[in-house]
Design a protein around this ligand. Structure first.
Ligand SMILES: *Cc1c(COP(=O)(O)O)cnc(C)c1O
Length: 453
């Protein structure tokens, strides 16, 4: 069944008297949805993998050599070649492929020799993996507020600063660059390392420089939801040879295997001084990632094209606030995240889902979203979400207003157009007296002042 071919919902006549555009009947209220086919996401199979990538994985499978540290040299292994290619791609001295993005983050913290038990600052809006990696590294997360564009707020971090904070873990959340240059300067002022959780922003740039290369180390994931996808995996990039050596040893390069990462020089650390945590990458996944890396620029261009189409069409729509990048183009574009300031973002997300567009209100009470800090219960003794929210009131308010729509690189311009139409349809209904609810009442506190004419 292709519901896209159905007749559009009948629109009510426009009264000439006051000129306001009457809304189409929302799918939420029984109108025809804008889209009837699933909105593409990786878990519905919409992944950017082609036949060449499959061949690369088969090459590794057929080799029967699945462990990265066998008798071959680094230059002969898939992992070693993938790391060399990452160094070229990012322009960094070192790269280490590991088992996950969380592992890469924890290894970056431990590699930077942040003392166990220290506080590590991170933003209150991120995926739960960020504070979890801090815990994995033996440290304690310390949250800072985010600003209106959902970026780590440096002024708030400065206000909250405590001497027990021994590192800053900034996140380029949902692909949008944090103000990482300012944060790096602040970290230097405080004498602590800045580490980048660049997981959501693989390949994105700020002022012509790749995110993940501003701090002492940048961590990335290659889990299926990210711009390079091998199911599970990750890597870190750094110019700091001591941090790198520690991370390599910790990841599980035992009995001299650490040396292979330092050809022609003495490793700056002794592997026996560190525990072996076994967070390595394997050859099959590295082969798949190498093939995908060659096509990453095309995938990034698709993300940018889709995001530009959507954000360009909706940037000035009354009733919603589209994120402003810290500099033009400083984002990946793999999600369309916007706020409904003073409005009901939970209702907005429900209305979008009814129209056939995947959407979540990040701060919804009825959706235990692990991007909302009050759901990181492992961090709090207090079980009362209201008291936990009050620790970062601004972030809590902003996330309650935030709607998150995944933008797969497999979306076509027509798919993006459906999203644009759905957002416009819902915003128009929210802004029309009686438009947002079937019985004619407006949902509480929809702060839309003007009707789009
Ligand atoms: C996905 C994600 C991670 C974790 O990556 P895994 O490979 O799943 O461990 C870390 N940080 C952010 C912001 C993420 O989105």
């Amino acid at each position: 069944m292709n519901g896209n071919d159905e007749d559009p919902a009948p629109t009510r006549p426009r009264p000439a008297s006051h000129g306001a555009e009457l809304h189409e009947r929302l799918a939420l209220h029984g109108g025809a949805p804008i889209r009837r086919t699933p909105w593409p996401t990786y878990d519905k199979g919409a992944v950017h993998v082609c036949a060449d990538d499959e061949e690369a994985a088969m090459r590794a499978i057929r080799s029967h050599l699945y462990f990265r540290y066998d008798q071959r040299t680094e230059a002969e292994t898939e992992c070693g070649q993938f790391e060399a290619e990452l160094c070229r791609y990012f322009g960094t001295r070192h790269a280490l492929a590991v088992s996950s993005g969380t592992a890469a983050l924890a290894l970056a913290i431990m590699g930077a020799a942040v003392p166990p038990g220290s506080l590590v600052a991170c933003p209150g809006f991120t995926f739960v993996a960020t504070p979890s990696a801090i815990v994995l590294a033996g440290c304690r997360p310390f949250l800072a507020e985010v600003d209106d564009d959902l970026r780590m707020d440096l002024d708030d971090l400065r206000r909250r600063w405590r001497p027990e904070i021994r590192a800053i873990l900034v996140v380029h959340m949902r692909g949008f660059a944090a103000d990482v240059a300012a944060l790096a300067a602040f970290a230097a002022e405080m004498g602590v390392p800045l580490i980048e959780d660049a997981v959501p922003a693989l390949g994105a740039e700020l002022h012509g420089r790749k995110l993940g290369t501003f701090g002492v180390a940048g961590a990335f994931s290659t889990q299926s939801d990210k711009a390079l996808n091998c199911g599970e995996g990750g890597f870190l990039v750094t110019d700091d040879s001591t941090l790198f050596g520690r991370a390599v040893a910790l990841s599980g390069a035992y009995e001299g295997r650490l040396r292979r990462h330092f050809p022609g020089t003495e490793p700056p650390v002794d592997g026996l001084d560190l525990p072996l945590l076994s967070l390595r990458m394997d050859e099959i996944r590295a082969a798949l990632l190498r093939a995908e890396l060659t096509r990453l620029p095309q995938r990034l261009a698709l993300f940018h094209r889709n995001y530009a189409q959507v954000s360009g069409a909706l940037a000035d729509l009354p009733g919603i606030a589209v994120r402003n990048p810290v500099a033009p183009g400083a984002y990946l574009g793999e999600a369309f995240v916007f706020r409904v300031p003073g409005g009901d973002a939970g209702w907005f997300a429900r209305a979008l889902r009814a129209e056939g567009i995947d959407a979540r209100n990040i701060g919804a009470d009825d959706d235990l979203n692990v991007r909302a800090f009050w759901n990181w219960r492992f961090m709090y003794d207090d079980r009362d979400p209201a008291r936990v929210r009050a620790t970062l009131p601004r972030t809590a308010r902003l996330l309650a207003e935030t709607v998150d729509v995944p933008l797969s690189s497999s979306l076509t311009p027509d798919d993006c157009d459906q999203l644009i139409r759905a957002v416009r349809k819902i915003a128009a209904a929210a802004g029309t007296p009686g438009g947002a609810t079937p019985d004619g009442s407006r949902p509480a506190a929809v702060g839309v002042e003007s009707v789009r004419a």
